[in-house]
Every structure is written in C-alpha cells, then in structure tokens.
Design a protein around this ligand. Structure first.
Ligand code: SAM
Length: 214
C-alpha cells in the first residue's frame, strides 16, 4: 500500500464502521461511529502516541483533539494527576465524556468543547496532540488543517509548565508535507522525532520543548 491507497482504503472502512468497544493500550473505550477511531487495524496515529508517552505519574496532561478520549483516559489510568481533554466536535466531546464516565475518571479528566486552547487557563506538564492530518478529510470541521498546526506551534508554550513541559504531536506521510511537515520540522524547539512504518505510511511523533518567554 502507498499513502493514496491507504487513504482511499481508510475512507471506505470509516464510512461503513459501526460504534464499538475497542481495546487499545490495555484500555477499553467505546468509539462511536461519528468519531475518529483509534483502532490499530485502521490507523497508527493514536497507538504510536500511546507508545511514546513518558512516565505519567503525577503529571498534568492536555489532550488536544481528544476524539473518543482514548489518550486522555489512558493518561489518567496511568498515573496522570489531572487531564484536560478538548475537542471542537460536539460528537467527540459526548463520546469522550461517555468514556470518562464509564471508566470512573470524572475526578481526573475534564472534557471541554473548544477550539484548541480557547478558554484554557491552566498549564500542563505534557500536551498530547493527535490532530487532523489530511485536509481532504477534516477541513469542513476545523478550517484549513495547516492553520491548526500553525496555531498549536505558536501558542503551546503558554500552556506548558516551565522549564520541563513537553508536547508530543503526531503526523503522517499522507499529510501536507510541504506546509505542515515543513512547519513542524523547522520549529525551533523540536527536540526529538519517533517514526514507524505501517499501512505503507510513515507515522511520526514529534516532541517539542518549552522556552522562557520575556
Ligand atoms: C485524528 S482525530 C484524533 C482523536 C484522538 N486523539 C485519537 O487519538 O483517537 C483528531 C481530533 O481532533 C479534533 N479537532 C480538529 N480540529 C480541532 C480544533 N481546532 N480544536 C480541537 N479539536 C480539534 C477532531 O474533532 C478529532 O476528534
């Protein structure tokens, strides 16, 4: 498979899937059919991020674009002390809230419907961002996908604990390599990259650090 074949296959599978319980990373979540599925049989974007997570004991975590809430609830079940899970899509917010409730994590995970950082006031040890990758699939909901990345890269520092806060951001080789990957790769506080091949696609996690602002 190459990137184009993967995307066409994914679109077909996504159109016909039903809501189901999914076990990923040892956690079972409900994934509604109108919300992105982190199913490792269809994508590697969620699993590669789960595998890249540092020790979460006592950490505060912001999950940007939470979808069904998988990364947020995983963080809470693996020691995070507080988690904020945000999504712009009300269907995702409802699905993530359902999973938080099913897993009894209401005291740790707060689910918020918002556009990226809008209205957020706290700082976090870790920001996880598995955001839309392909404009053809997501532009209707988010506006241009490149703008989402531009905003995250220019604003994340305000929401990170200093000096050791970290961002883990996913991307893949079917995304806009010229604009978005270019922006990510040239970001001044990029500290590491982790990649895997699956479905004929390169899946990446980029790690960014904090910086001191005047
Ligand atoms: C690829 S899905 C990932 C979902 C989840 N993190 C996972 O790994 O399964 C991207 C999510 O980002 C959300 N999203 C897109 N643009 C957003 C924005 N501007 N602010 C907040 N969430 C956004 C989408 O609604 C979608 O749920």
């Amino acid at each position: 498979m190459n990137e184009i074949q993967y995307i066409n296959w994914w679109i077909g599978e996504n159109r016909t899937r039903e809501s189901k319980d999914l076990n990923i990373g040892g956690v079972t979540v409900r994934v509604n059919k109108d919300v992105f599925t982190p199913d490792p049989a269809m994508t590697n974007s969620s699993l590669i991020l789960l595998k890249s997570l540092p020790d979460l004991e006592g950490k505060s975590v912001l999950d940007l674009g939470t979808g069904c809430g998988i990364l947020a609830v995983y963080a809470a079940l693996n020691g995070a002390s507080r988690v904020t899970a945000v999504d712009i899509d009300p269907n995702a917010v409802a699905n993530a809230s359902e999973n938080v409730q099913r897993l009894g994590l209401e005291n740790v995970v707060e689910v918020v419907q918002t556009n990226l950082f809008d209205g957020l006031t706290k700082k976090y040890d870790l920001i996880i961002a598995n955001l839309p990758i392909l404009g053809a699939v997501w532009n209707d909901l988010t506006g241009p996908v490149s703008k989402v990345y531009e905003r995250v890269l220019s604003e994340y520092n305000r929401y990170l604990e200093q000096p050791n806060g970290r961002v883990l951001m996913g991307f893949a080789s079917f995304g806009d390599l010229d604009t978005i990957l270019g922006m990510i790769s040239s970001a001044p506080h990029l500290v590491a990259k982790f990649s895997e091949q699956k479905f004929g696609v390169e899946w990446d996690v980029f790690e960014f650090g904090a910086w001191a602002e005047d």
